[in-house]
Ligand binder design. Structure first.
Ligand code: MG
Length: 247
């Protein structure tokens, strides 16, 4: 009897979540507790190896375009490419599948806003799977939306954030999802992320394309797709972006 009661409760709560999700409550997919432990990263520096595709070295944004085409409208100055709020996301002209990515990013030194409204951007692998970029230095937000999270899916193992205005690094190994002919998932995407040289995602499974509201899922797509960098309205800068294609 106890077992049936438990099943009923689980079903009831699942139904409640499903109905509420249809009504579009983004809070349903926020996880606030536990929060990742805060640690202090060491010093890191990574130059592109000889077999890497350099997507941005500091002055030339020609490997990128607006997400709907056209030249990048972000600011390219001081050896960085900085989000010009409202100009839109940008995407790499080249598509990638399995890869190793190095990317450096910096949130504004002058802190404005809080939570998700503070130094927010993001790196979408294959244009679909977001590794969150956020000023998470003494900034509380939901755990699975922190810097180093797979947004709204997987919280980072620790919070290795540097101060606002300081350059930070991500080193990532990404394995693209594989699909069957009929569109079903053969293998989910996987990702390993080092934030400022510290492991924050250890070969974890990505649950599907990033969703702000509702649960993620997979839809069959091309083998290679571009990176997208997010314009979330905050002046986040990028530099030293290089990729080693593994597929
Ligand atoms: Mg973001």
């Amino acid at each position: 009897m106890k077992k049936y009661l438990l099943s009923f409760c689980l079903l009831a709560s699942f139904t409640t979540v499903t109905v509420a999700q249809r009504q579009g409550d983004p809070k349903l997919t926020e996880v606030w507790s536990p929060a990742p432990k805060v640690i202090t990263p060491g010093v890191t520096a990574h130059n592109a190896p000889s077999d890497a595709v350099v997507l941005f070295g500091g002055t030339d944004a020609s490997a990128w375009e607006g997400v709907n085409g056209g030249a990048v409208k972000w600011k390219v100055e001081d050896n960085a490419m900085t989000v010009a709020g409202g100009t839109g996301n940008i995407k790499s002209k080249q598509g990638f599948s399995d890869c190793q990515l190095h990317i450096e990013w910096r949130t504004p030194a002058i802190v404005k806003g809080e939570g998700q409204g503070r130094g927010n951007s993001g790196i979408f692998f294959m244009g679909l799977y977001e590794l969150q970029v956020l000023d998470n230095y003494n900034n509380v937000t939901y755990s699975n939306g922190q810097a180093g999270s797979i947004y709204k899916q997987r919280m980072p193992l620790v919070n290795a954030s540097r101060k606002p205005g300081e350059w930070q690094t991500y080193d990532v190994v990404f394995t693209a999802p594989r699909f069957n002919e009929d569109g079903t998932v053969k293998a989910a995407a996987r990702i390993t992320v080092l934030h400022n040289g510290v492991l924050v995602q250890n070969n974890i499974e990505i649950w599907g394309a990033t969703e702000y509201i509702g649960t993620p899922g997979y839809t069959k797509h091309a083998d290679k797709l571009p990176f997208i960098l997010q314009d979330h309205g905050d002046a986040v800068s990028y530099r030293n972006i290089w990729v080693r294609a593994l597929q």
